[in-house]
Design a protein around this ligand. Structure first.
Ligand code: HEM
Length: 155
């Protein structure tokens, strides 16, 4: 008699258990639906783009000396609301002079003659606040520079 009650109890408990588990599976689906909605609402289509890049003396519309050392085109890889911006020097000797390069306060990760910055897509159309550290034999300087990306081809 007692063990029959236990059996019924166990059956009831396990049905409740499944009852609880079932909504969890639903919850996962809801989470997936939400994350795809987030990327649908992203500003740009995911992908890799090449964007014209200009360097201006900070706070001005005048060309910066930095433009002489850099590639005029940068790579932007968009994934959702995050962008990886890769900026390149125009030669190995130009890259060698640049000992530090940050944008909006975050240091770029150097790879060969390029630096990669992870930025929110929301800032890409703004003037980016660059900063470079230069070292050429015994000459050093640490300079601010405005970086402008031409985002007109990215949609
Ligand atoms: C032999 C190498 C270099 C020398 C002698 C040099 C010298 C100077 C001097 C004297 C200034 C003061 C402002 C002016 O006169 O225009 C300056 C500014 C500046 N330099 Fe250099 N520089 C050298 C290389 C570089 C490199 C490789 C970069 C970056 C890739 C760079 C980026 C800047 C920036 C951003 C400024 C601030 C003014 C502006 O944006 O034009 N410099 N440099």
């Amino acid at each position: 008699m007692f063990s029959k009650k236990m059996f019924i109890l166990a059956t009831v408990v396990s049905s409740i258990g499944f009852g609880i588990a079932a909504p969890n599976i639903h919850a996962d689906n809801v989470a997936n639906a939400t994350s795809s909605q987030v990327s649908n609402s992203a500003k740009y289509t995911d992908g890799m783009y090449q964007v014209n890049t200009t360097y201006l003396k900070q706070g001005t519309t005048n060309a910066s000396t930095m433009g002489k050392y850099m590639s005029a085109v940068s790579d932007v890889t968009i994934k959702g609301n995050t962008a990886k911006l890769t900026i390149s020097a125009n030669s190995a000797s130009s890259a060698k002079m640049i000992t530090g390069f940050s944008i909006n306060g975050t240091s770029g990760v150097k790879n060969g003659n390029s630096w990669t910055f992870t930025l929110p897509t929301s800032v890409l159309e703004n003037t980016l606040n660059g900063h470079v550290d230069i070292n050429v034999i015994f000459f050093t300087e640490s300079q601010p520079v405005d970086v402008k990306l031409d985002m007109s081809s990215v949609n």
